[in-house]
Design a protein around this ligand. Structure first.
Ligand code: GUN
Length: 297
């Protein structure tokens, strides 16, 4: 069968161009600004953050990166978030993950004011997602994946989907989104015993397990749509969680690595930041005075 390559890079460029046009049309004194908190010197995080910064600059969005040593205390980090929460110039706040192990990630993410939580990782927005609420801020990678799936024009209703990987960043939210789109979803993970059997009956495969080329082409159902979220390196060369070469000819659609899900993630983060900016323009400032407020006027 002919396999169509889903062009994530092109799709992301269209989203970014559209955002750029909208930002240029704003009155000159208004620029959406994203604050990025980075703790420690994780090499992958540094690359992701640099890419976010570059993309923001290209579309005329502000991006303030705040870097802290891995020895920063939890309370000091919470104070930084409190300041950003009450800074009217800041529209979106993200904390690059992973955080060092002495910091409670949930506590930190919960502190971000929900209207500025443009990664959608806080309990308020992830709770709204589970309610299938339109108010939910959907985290960037799952939102990008849905965009790519819908761009193929395939009907999602009633399809069997398997998500491999149960992370809070990708696996769990994409499983929820696919459920909300009427797929029958299996959320597989490292303790799943019969993964090839599950994949064999799946029309949609989302690979987000972080293991290079783990999913083989001969595990796939003929005509499956394959979304590869993995970013791994073998001998310096980037590859996904799917064994791409063996999936060609078996899948009906597949995302490449690089140039698939990755660029969409950045475009969706900036899109979430722009939407937060627009909402904040029309919503009154919260009067409760609490940092990390979830009153959600
Ligand atoms: N670490 C890996 N991916 C992401 C992401 O999309 N957002 C944040 N904040 N951290 C990450």
């Amino acid at each position: 069968m002919e396999t169509n390559i889903i062009k994530g890079k092109e799709c992301a460029e269209k989203v970014l161009q559209n955002l750029s046009d909208k930002i240029s049309a704003l009155p000159t004194e208004e620029t959406p600004i994203l604050a990025v908190i980075m703790v420690g010197d994780n090499e992958a995080s540094q690359i992701y953050v640099r890419n976010k910064q570059k993309a923001a600059a290209k579309i005329g969005m502000g991006c303030e990166v705040m870097e802290f040593s891995s020895s920063i205390g939890e309370n000091a980090l919470l104070e930084v978030i409190d300041e950003l929460n009450s800074n009217h110039h800041i529209n979106g706040i993200i904390v690059q993950l992973p955080l060092p192990s002495h910091i409670d990630t949930l506590k930190v993410l919960s502190r971000i004011r929900s209207s500025k939580d443009v990664d959608g990782f806080g309990p308020y927005n992830s709770g709204l997602l589970s309610y299938n609420s339109e108010q939910a801020v959907i985290s960037a990678t799952p939102k990008g994946i849905m965009h790519l799936l819908l761009s193929t024009g395939i009907e999602l209703k009633g399809k069997n989907a398997v998500v491999i990987g149960r992370s809070n960043i990708v696996g769990k939210p994409i499983a929820m989104l696919l459920t909300n789109h009427n797929c029958t979803v299996t959320l597989a993970h490292s303790k799943t015993t019969n993964l090839p059997d599950i994949i064999k009956t799946s029309d949609i495969v989302v690979a987000a397990c972080g293991r290079a080329k783990m999913i083989k082409g001969d595990w796939l159902k003929e005509g499956a749509v394959v979304i590869d979220v993995g970013i791994n390196r073998i001998d310096g060369k980037l590859c996904g969680d799917v064994d791409y070469d063996s999936a060609i000819g078996k899948a009906s659609y597949i995302t490449p690595v690089p140039g698939g899900v990755g660029p969409m993630t950045i475009a969706m983060l900036l899109s979430n930041t722009f939407e937060a900016f627009i909402r904040q323009q029309s919503e009154p400032e919260c009067s409760c005075g609490k940092s990390g407020c979830h009153c959600h006027h």
